[in-house]
Ligand binder design. Structure first.
Ligand SMILES: Cc1ncc(COP(=O)(O)O)c(C=O)c1O
Length: 378
């Protein structure tokens, strides 16, 4: 791809070292990990090595990691299973969750008669921890609060919420798809029971993810079949994808500090350039506790989807709002929840920078953007 790619929260390029780690399992090591002969054992070894690599990145035990097809499936497994396992029908979540959580909750509302408490956020997109506690009732099965927001980057106070919930008889789930491998995470410090993660935001492959399930929490499978993944997820495992996720997790663990420093300085430069060239620019990302590399801005009176199309014609990839809602051309539900301003939610652009981006690319993007915008009338 020759385009300048600033959409790492949608997905990220595959690291060549990750591809290399996957290749044997696409070629000669094609065995089914459930089989007892040599090739099966080799594949099973690759799966267990990856389980350890993923576990190490979040301070979990390997047996607490269940491989899935990605963040969406992990969220579905966590929420649907929590409701069934707990035998209760109330869910507490937030207005800024990804559709993989919000639409799963809405489906549970329709299909299982669940009731939802969808909590509002403050002007930074952040949840006030004690409001979560106040929302809990005797009917609450699960609380689900994302670790970092995919659109504006807000990092939620998960550890504080987790510690408040410790005495409550509810499961605490966090969708950590954007945070995994990008900021330090430790399931003990966060006091979470369930944590969703994905491979493709951290230079890993698409279609692979995992759910951390705290030891002692018993969930019911959502995909029934064979006894794979400790009986929690039937189906022959995606061995190449799992090996790739393991390697991506390992590299993220070793390189997180350098990657963070790099994307932080690139994003700061982008913010400064945009501020100095675009009159009336509004910053939707929070000033503090923001996912490194994420910058969401609104440009008054500009239609974000049209601007995204114009940037695409110039060879620049960015998103308006959430990639999963792209094509709908509606306002961003996150920016709307944070600002209450439909115009601002229609005019927001998300830049998400990755470790392979350069200062020259940032300068080029800022220059192109200011060239594309209508000149202010004198
Ligand atoms: C916060 C969040 N949760 C869940 C998902 C879905 O993950 P996946 O694409 O692996 O299904 C995404 C992907 O954009 C995300 O940003």
């Amino acid at each position: 791809m020759n385009a300048i790619y600033l959409d790492h929260n949608a997905t990220s390029p595959l690291d060549p070292r990750v591809l290399e780690a996957m290749m044997p399992y696409l070629r000669e090591e094609f065995g089914n990990p459930s089989c007892r002969y040599g090739p099966g054992v080799n594949a099973a070894y690759a799966v267990e090595r990856a389980r350890l690599q993923v576990a190490q990145l979040i301070g979990a035990k390997p047996q607490e990691i269940i491989f899935t097809s990605g963040g969406t499936e992990s969220n579905n497994l966590a929420l649907r299973s929590a409701v069934r396992t707990m035998g209760r029908k109330h869910i507490v979540t937030t207005s800024v969750e990804h559709p993989a959580v919000l639409n799963t909750c809405r489906d549970l509302e329709r299909q299982e008669n669940c009731t939802l408490s969808i909590l509002p956020v403050d002007a930074d997109g952040r949840i006030v921890p004690h409001k979560v506690l106040q929302a809990i009732t005797a009917r609450t099965a699960v609380v689900s609060v994302m670790t970092a927001n995919n659109e504006i980057g807000t990092i939620q106070p998960i550890a504080e919420i987790g510690s408040l919930l410790q005495k409550e008889d509810v499961l605490f789930h966090t969708d950590a798809v954007q945070a995994f491998g990008r900021i330090p995470l430790n399931v003990e410090n966060l006091h979470v029971d369930l944590l969703s993660l994905s491979g493709h935001k951290i230079l890993g492959p698409k279609g692979i993810g995992a759910l951390y399930i705290r030891e002692g929490v018993s969930l019911r499978p959502q995909i029934t079949g064979g006894e794979q993944e400790f009986g929690l997820r039937g189906g022959t495992p995606n061995v190449p994808g799992i090996a790739g996720l393991g390697m991506a997790a390992e590299l993220a663990r070793l390189e997180m500090e350098n990657r963070t420093a790099r994307v932080t300085s690139l994003t700061a430069h982008l913010r400064d350039r945009l501020r100095s060239t675009i009159p009336g620019l509004l910053i939707n990302s929070p000033n503090r506790d923001c996912l490194p590399g994420t910058l969401n801005v609104s440009i008054p009176k500009v239609s974000a989807p049209d601007l995204v199309d114009s940037l695409d014609r110039e060879g620049i990839c960015v998103s308006s709002g959430c990639a999963c809602s792209e094509g709908k051309r509606g306002p961003s539900h996150v920016v709307l929840a944070v600002t209450g301003d439909p115009d601002r939610a229609m005019s927001c652009i998300r830049f998400s920078v990755g470790p392979e981006n350069t200062m020259d690319e940032i300068d080029h993007v800022a220059h192109t953007l200011s060239k594309l915008l209508p000149r202010p009338t004198p």
